[in-house]
Design a protein around this ligand. Structure first.
Ligand code: ADE
Length: 232
């Protein structure tokens, strides 16, 4: 039977999922609370990883080892990188890569993990399609695109960095967990998709916009996950 791991980094990103679940039982592993239960007839494990790649990596491995999830969906907010994106718009991951992996001094391209076959971790095609179909039903007043999610242990608030992430790395949005989740999923051969609604544009106004729009953007991302589960 399927069991889905549903992850956010912050309370705002998982609050609506926790509110909608039934038959909840929570356990703490590695300092992270995992809430297992039912949502639209599916068994789900909802967790808040905490911010950053290490937290996301550890939480993902626990979802695999302890809960034996068959797929993982990340839901949350990000900074827009693709100039066509506005606050509230959605990015469905096509892949995820670490933008702060930097071994350029040894001749590797930015984002490349040395001596490893893969550094840009592909999203499962079926999960991407489910997410896209959900967006076509749920996203009425905002855009959604499929694109590369860039992750790093940095809150980006500088337009010149955004330009570099877009031009040099082809990113659609930037956040702090997706590539870690994607890498651990890849290592364990588990399908994943990252869904992000834009809370800001990762520029000089990012800190203000993030504070203002995180709750609203989290809700938009939740609505897509919710619709994916309804139509599973
Ligand atoms: N998450 C939301 N906005 C972000 C930003 N500007 N940089 C990194 N992570 C984010």
């Amino acid at each position: 039977t399927i069991k889905l791991g549903l992850m956010g980094a912050m309370d705002e990103e998982i609050a609506l999922l926790l509110g909608a679940m039934e038959e909840k039982k929570a356990v703490v592993v590695g300092g992270v609370t995992f809430t297992e239960g039912q949502l639209h007839g599916l068994t789900v494990v909802v967790c808040r990883s905490g911010v950053g790649k290490v937290n996301a990596a550890v939480t993902t491995q626990i979802l695999v080892d302890r809960f034996q999830v068959s797929a993982i969906i990340f839901t949350g907010v990000a900074g827009a990188v693709d100039p066509q994106l506005n606050i509230g718009d959605i990015v469905i991951s096509s892949s995820c890569q670490q933008h702060d992996m930097d071994v350029t001094a040894l001749g590797f391209e930015r984002g490349v993990i040395p001596y490893q076959a893969v550094s840009d971790f592909l999203t499962d095609a079926q999960l991407m399609k489910l997410a896209k179909d959900a967006c076509s039903r749920v996203c009425h007043n905002h855009n959604y695109i499929i694109g590369k999610v860039l992750s790093g242990d940095q809150f980006i608030a500088d337009h010149s960095v955004v330009s570099r992430l877009y031009e040099e790395m082809g990113g659609a949005c930037v956040e702090m967990e997706g590539a870690a989740l994607a890498q651990v999923s890849y290592l364990n051969d588990i399908p994943y998709v990252v869904l992000r609604s834009m809370s800001d544009k990762a520029d000089g106004s990012a800190h203000v916009n993030f504070a203002e729009f995180t709750v609203e953007a989290s809700r938009r991302s939740y609505e897509i996950v919710n619709d994916m589960l309804v139509h599973w």
